[in-house]
Write a protein that binds this ligand. Sequence first.
Ligand code: HEM
Length: 283
Amino acid sequence: METERRVHLVRRIAVALLAMTFLLMVVGSWVKATGSGLSCPDWPQCYGQWLPPFPSQENGGVDPATGEPVLYTQAQVLYEWAHRALASAVGVVFLVLLALAWPDRRWIRRVETHPRLAWAGPPGAIVAAWIFLAGFAYLALPADHALRASAGDLRNLLPVLVAGSLLAWFLVGPLNPVIRKPALRTDLHPGLRRAPLYAAWVLLAQILLGGVTVLGKNAAPLTTAHLATATLYLLLIAWTVAFAVLRPVPEVPMDLPPEPERIVETVFPGEERPEPAEDAAGV
Ligand code: HEM
């Protein structure tokens, strides 16, 4: 992808992400204001399901974990579920932003160029993606499935999923054609590369914290930490947008040796290019 297109894409994605984050915070506040925070008592699923309709007051649903009737309305469950679903969408869009805005980490280059690791890129990425998908498929099994029952508490799988996805990211990095092009590496301001990095860790923590908040039955310290981290994350995304949208992007990537054509254009803008001077000694 050309530099200019990539930079424009980064700008659009950063702004979209800011809007999505704001919306996510509004939905989160709505969840709290309507008392829906515990309407999905489990995590990452909701009553052992990924998708609606969920058990609720209206349909006489029962919580499969406790066998108790569900006391929340379908709308309340959907608010909480929508909050989680939107957080996941933010996570995915965020990864795209990160791949585009921050492609020059030294360790990525090291993996790329390391003779022993270079071969591991494609197969490693496939294995990591497979582990991730298999873990996800496993989580999507019905709660009473024998495979799930035999493996005990599903939450034990979460660290595996997180590690698997980070590994996939690490390994897929060297495959990214954007990363492979040195000419594209320094066209963005360093601030734009650093802010998404910090925000990535904060977002990961925030999503896990959301889950812990639910599992911890919305205990006050957890909810407070969740809100505080959300604010920090919003600030980092705003910082990213400030760099991505407000800062002018240099037209010529700075690590490219300047081409003679460009130098002449800069020195004599819009003017006829002077003919190379005759060799004075030869006249
Ligand atoms: C980027 C990710 C997220 C952001 C920015 C975010 C933001 C917020 C905000 C601003 C609130 C309102 C808090 C308040 O008014 O005190 C909230 C509430 C809540 N969030 Fe999130 N959230 C995120 C992810 C998640 C995830 C992944 C889950 C669950 C798995 C979750 C579960 C909750 C719950 C249960 C509440 C209601 C707490 C209560 O009723 O006391 N959040 N969130």
